[in-house]
Design a protein around this ligand. Structure first.
Ligand SMILES: Cc1ncc(COP(=O)(O)O)c(C=O)c1O
Length: 460
């Protein structure tokens, strides 16, 4: 059969709010034109993030009832540890309340001011935690990865020559570890090839630099490898994931993505000294190392979810959903990053709104127009999220691309919801000239996109 169906049926429903344009205009105005500040009850289709927004399976809910809430050494911890070890092979495994907790503890324990951390593309929280420790986060994406319209596979790959040059010019001693993010969320949800991870590892080994995988979407990345990388079609997604983790010295993980859970994450590593330092800060800030800020029931849900994310039928359906939406937008001439990513469709807001400059924040204009038109919540991944203000410089350095991400919560929306999103986008695209420029009227020093206030730039 050609039709790829949702490999689940629905047992419980949650009503979607149906709202009016007038209501949405008023709500957005009182949220200072920042959709992060809207109440979720006022959103019809919420594509803000795929993080922690998935629907759990019957097996996950059943496992939650087995949650052992003992403070130390619970049976839920052992189930969690065994599952994470089976997939990753790490000697040391620590639960954390979400991915950024792993990033923060890794940064405070391993980074000194002046250190440099390369990555294919740092996600916002990774970059912020590295910079907060006084270190520098450097993105080393390949030229194809930066080209929104090249339809080559594996556009999340790291540029090997740039990596070599960085190590040689800055000195390996200044690079305490190198990261690689699978899939590359900041760069369009594009996958990284096994061959590329292997090549990165080989270079790093020459300089004794450890490799840390940001593994949030490890299962989606493994599916891409199975589908598109020569030599992997006959391997299971689990085997591919195991091979990928075998190349890493450590990993940070947000289980809110490919853990199919609503909260949680972990850090894994082989090095005893790294583990000792991590454990000490974990106890100080997250909790005892066998629960790390999570309830026993959360550990159970993650243990089941990690395995479900590796099921072939689930991944096939998930990727088909993203491709379904991407192909319909391409047919309508709506500029999106190609090929479709693993967890989201990324719209090129710069090309969508050619009348706006990066300093007009076209991504914010588009995100706000989608909300007003159809109650859809998306997120800007452009100069608000990734723009940089260097000390002393009069103007901000814009992000390399002005993207808007429509992230797909896992197992939540059906095909008709996506048809609705396409229709709303079509209408907004027809009236794109009316999308106004925005200015920031209030911002925080880090991760400003979460809380910034925006105003329409009415001009001089
Ligand atoms: C690539 C990547 N790394 C790290 C994180 C941080 O994870 P968390 O939101 O669980 O802190 C995210 C979250 O979206 C992500 O996409």
């Amino acid at each position: 059969m050609h039709t790829i169906i949702e490999p689940f049926r629905i047992k419980m429903t949650e009503a979607l709010p149906i709202t009016t344009r007038e209501q949405r205009e008023a709500w957005l105005a009182s949220a200072h034109n920042n959709v992060f500040l809207l109440n979720a009850e006022n959103i019809t289709i919420d594509l803000l993030t795929d993080s922690g927004t998935g629907a759990m399976s019957t097996h996950q809910w059943a496992a939650m009832m087995l949650g052992d809430e003992s403070y130390a050494g619970s049976t839920s911890w052992h189930r969690f540890e065994n599952t994470v070890r089976e997939i990753t092979g790490f000697k040391h495994i620590f639960p954390v309340h979400q991915g950024r907790a792993a990033e923060r503890i890794l940064s405070v324990t391993r980074l000194k001011p002046g250190a440099i951390i390369p990555n294919n593309s740092h996600f916002d929280t990774t970059r912020a935690n590295i910079e907060f420790a006084g270190a520098q986060a450097v993105d080393l994406l390949t030229p194809e990865g930066q080209d929104s319209y090249s339809s080559k596979p594996f556009k999340g790959n790291m540029d090997i020559n740039k990596l070599k040059h960085l190590i040689e010019s800055k000195g390996p001693k200044n690079i305490p570890f190198c990261m690689i993010t699978v899939t590359n969320n900041a760069g369009g949800g594009q996958p990284v090839a096994m061959e590329n991870i292997g090549a990165v590892k080989k270079i790093l080994e020459n300089y004794h630099i450890p490799l840390v995988i940001d593994a949030c979407r490890f299962a989606e990345n493994s599916y891409f490898i199975k589908k598109y990388e020569p030599g992997f079609s006959g391997r299971s997604i689990l085997e591919i994931a195991q091979e990928m983790f075998a190349l890493a010295d450590a990993a940070t993980m947000s289980a809110k993505k490919d853990g199919l859970a609503n909260i949680g994450g972990f850090f894994g590593c082989h090095n005893d000294e790294w583990a000792e330092d991590f454990r000490n800060v974990l106890i100080l800030t997250e909790g005892f190392p066998t629960y790390g800020g999570l309830a026993g029931r959360d550990l159970e849900a993650i243990a089941v979810g990690l395995k479900e994310a590796l099921e072939y039928e689930y991944q096939r359906y998930r990727h088909a959903t993203v491709e379904y939406m991407a192909s319909r937008l391409i047919t309508r001439g709506i500029p999106i990053v190609r090929p479709a990513g693993g967890h989201a469709v990324f719209i090129d807001a710069g090309a969508f709104c050619p009348h706006l400059k990066p300093c007009d924040y076209p991504g914010i204009g588009l995100v706000n127009a989608l909300y007003i038109e159809g109650g859809i919540r998306a997120v800007e991944l452009g100069s608000v999220m990734f723009g940089r203000h260097l000390p002393g410089a009069p103007e901000e350095i814009p992000a390399p691309r002005e993207l808007v991400r429509l992230a797909f919560p896992r197992r939540v929306y059906t095909q008709s919801h996506f048809d609705y999103v396409v229709e709303v986008l079509d209408v907004v695209f027809g009236r794109r000239d009316a999308i106004p420029p925005f200015v920031i009227t209030k911002q925080a020093p880090f991760l400003r996109h979460f809380t910034a206030h925006f105003g329409r730039n009415e001009g001089p």
